[in-house]
Design a protein around this ligand. Structure first.
Ligand SMILES: Nc1ncnc2c1ncn2[C@@H]1O[C@H](COP(=O)(O)OP(=O)(O)O)[C@@H](O)[C@H]1O
Ligand SMILES: [Mg+2]
Length: 340
């Protein structure tokens, strides 16, 4: 079984590498120009008015730079960032603890903000809107008392891979909403070269391009492939990454010409072979490939859909003609062929 390339879980080693490779300023952050412009203006305006930056929502598939941008925002504002996440903030008290510790202008970064539970989320509304939080003091039951505790004005930066799962009231409370899309290959190429420079990996233009174009348009994947290919280059070649070494290394990793890895291909072949091309429900698909529903939905499927290998219909997932062709199958005859 080859090393998983796109799997969201990370080991310590990878987390350390991400730290090393994380750009610290907006200028250093490659691509996503619209998002950068929006943030630049909001940050600059807040700084000029000596005001606290509006709450920011960053959404998009894993590995596109949401956490990186949260740190960059703090850095550009010259404030510190407190990091937590939806699942960690499971009680009102945990949220209150976080919020009351914040100083004026500081950033509270809540990763996976769509996974906050309802009670905690509702506590967040007055905190975001009026900088106050309701806390229970005194005894229990009839003796309990709630008071409104004022908070220092702060900026909430929320990140989510599932903006569709955010409730309306929460989404409405973010003044700056940034949607990160997949990168173009030129930007990924620039990211591969930047990372190679920082990690002192020698790669020529063609080697870097080979890695870039198979990185699912995702910086995290690009950095991961670069590292794996570097290992390969050191063990099987002279340590330099050129086109051939990159191709061989990527082949060993079972990353194909268009950047699909084994589980992507398993998903496509399962739909084609076990479900006659679909439509198939996500749950049945997950069982067929032995992966959990969330991982398929958040990590694998968005890229397969974006690249036109797969389609989402109200009845379920279907493989497109491109998907059939990529897997070396003859497309299924369909009446609704024009759909694709
Ligand atoms: N625009 C970019 N330019 C350079 N490196 C980037 C960029 N976006 C992301 N990265 C790198 O990709 C990795 C994953 O980014 P991260 O912010 O953790 O993604 P997310 O939080 O969206 O899952 C990090 O190591 C980061 O340095
Ligand atoms: Mg993140």
């Amino acid at each position: 079984m080859p090393d998983r390339i796109v799997c969201p879980e990370q080991n310590d080693d990878e987390a350390r590498m991400e730290e090393t490779l994380r750009p610290a300023t907006l200028d250093d952050f490659i691509g996503q120009n619209q998002v950068k412009t929006m943030l630049r203006i909001a940050i600059e305006a807040a700084l000029r008015r000596r005001d606290v930056l509006d709450h920011v929502l960053l959404s998009g598939p894993p590995g596109l730079g949401k956490t990186t941008l949260a740190h960059i925002i703090a850095n550009e504002l010259g404030v510190s960032l407190k990091l937590t996440s939806g699942p960690v903030l499971d009680k009102k008290a945990a949220l209150a603890g976080c919020l009351t510790e914040l100083q004026r202008g500081q950033i509270l970064f809540i990763d996976e903000v769509h996974r906050l539970n309802r009670l905690v989320e509702e506590c967040l509304y007055p905190a975001m809107e009026d900088f106050k939080i309701e806390v229970v003091i005194g005894g229990e039951g009839a003796y309990a008392n709630t008071v409104n505790l004022p908070l220092e004005p702060f900026t909430l930066v929320g990140a989510t891979t599932r903006s569709g799962m955010l409730t309306g009231p929460l989404r409405d409370r973010f003044g700056v909403v940034c949607r990160l899309g997949y990168y173009n290959n030129d930007d990924i190429f620039a990211i591969v070269k930047r990372s190679a420079r920082i990690l002192s990996v020698t790669t020529d233009e063609e080697g870097a391009w080979e890695i870039a174009r198979r990185s699912r348009r995702t910086p995290r994947v690009a950095n991961r492939l670069l590292r794996r290919v570097r290992d390969y280059a050191e063990v099987r070649a002279d340590g330099n990454i050129n086109r051939d070494v990159a191709r061989e290394g990527l082949q060993m990793l079972e990353v194909d010409e268009v950047g699909l890895e084994s589980l992507d291909r398993l998903i496509l072949s399962a739909i084609i072979e076990k479900f006659d091309g679909g439509p198939v429900g996500l749950k049945s698909l997950a069982v067929a490939v032995g992966e959990d529903v969330e991982t398929i939905e958040e990590v694998y499927e968005p890229f397969l859909i974006q690249e036109g290998f797969m389609h989402r219909t109200p009845q379920g997932r279907v493989v497109t003609e491109r998907g059939y062709a990529h897997m070396g199958h003859k497309p299924k005859e369909r009446d609704e062929r024009t759909l694709f």
